[in-house]
Design a protein around this ligand. Sequence first.
Ligand SMILES: *Cc1c(COP(=O)(O)O)cnc(C)c1O
Length: 424
Amino acid sequence: MNEQTEQWLAWDRRHCWHPFTDQRAWCDADYEPLMLVRGEGVWLWDSEGRRYFDGNSSIWTNIHGHSHPALNAAAQRQLSQVAHTSYLGFANPRASELAARLCAFFPAEALSRVFYSDDGSTAVECAVKMALQYRMQTGEPQRTRLVAFDNAYHGDTMGAASLGGVSVFFERFRKFGMPVSFVCDVEELRALDADSIAAVIYEPLVQGVNQMHVWPQGMLRELREWCDATGVHMILDEVMTGFGRTGTMFACQQENVVPDFLCLAKGLSAGYMPLAATMTTERIYRTFEGPENVFYYGHSYTANPLGCAIALASLDIFAKDNTLNRVKKNSALMEKWLREKFPQHRIRTCGLIAGIELRQVDGSAFPPEMRMGVQVCSAARKFGLLTRPIRDTVVLMPPLCSCEEELRFAVEALEQAVIKHRSS
Ligand SMILES: *Cc1c(COP(=O)(O)O)cnc(C)c1O
């Protein structure tokens, strides 16, 4: 290890605290954390000069690759103007244009308002607060409940966490949270007292953190119909699925559904900057007009001009490079290769999202204490692939810009990691 790396690691072990991480294992002398120093396209380099394929798009955020010339240029152009100005009491050109561009993806007047924040959790937080406040100012104060789905993930701030259904993450804090009912499907939803529910929140097409669980086709539409019939608002969390991940710009477009609130983050700024948006309808927005209905919510970096400038440039690349076509073509290839190479394991895919749930030869799950997912991902590193497991499901979520050879590299690196693990 070079001296520079050693110094950085020493500071990290002494002063840093990582998310979702057992710090004792992280700081163990035998564990060598990677210091990532550079990126270009789908590739990342560590401080020792080793190159890796970014197999989870830097935690599901990256779209067009790292250090993209057009995104860098947009950032630099904006930097030469100003990096940040307050959105509280002021407007900025990039945020204005981005809001118009986002609304234009939906039928006229369907989602016509954009409220900016910083990340997926805050986008969800905003939607929930809006949904609750809406009821107070429209004569339905008894609608205070929220509904979420089992094993859902909507972020880690207290409000968003209350809607989470993965017990190891959220159980401790449940008692501090909001009144939330959990359901496993639309049938269970029908059994609830709809008149007490303000909104239901849902990850369309696929639940990422739930080991890439793919929902049955038509479920989103069915949920929309139930919401229409009961007057319950639909909040769609497209923090992961938004911006081309599933093959369409937004997952909800695949079932022709428009939600009442749409939460966007991760891919919004193509993996460059923390930026989020909560979109809603003109009808809901109107009820927030007037001094008594102000939405008291905001963050210091709301509508950050750098983030918005990059988001605009990212949308231009979607159009110029026909990114969605590439996703459609490459997701079919990726799925085919995964099924060929991993017949023993369970493959779940949706667009350029894949979960490879590792299974024993007889099809049964590995004992959790073997930590197979962790073992395989750590072996994959040696073959030049970076990704993270969710329990025993290895996630493969390449940047949308990946070309055929790069995808093949990723799948083959994973294959070698799995083989290596079998023999060791
Ligand atoms: C990542 C994610 C979030 C939380 O977003 P952050 O930016 O990490 O706060 C919420 N919902 C879904 C579906 C996500 O994948």
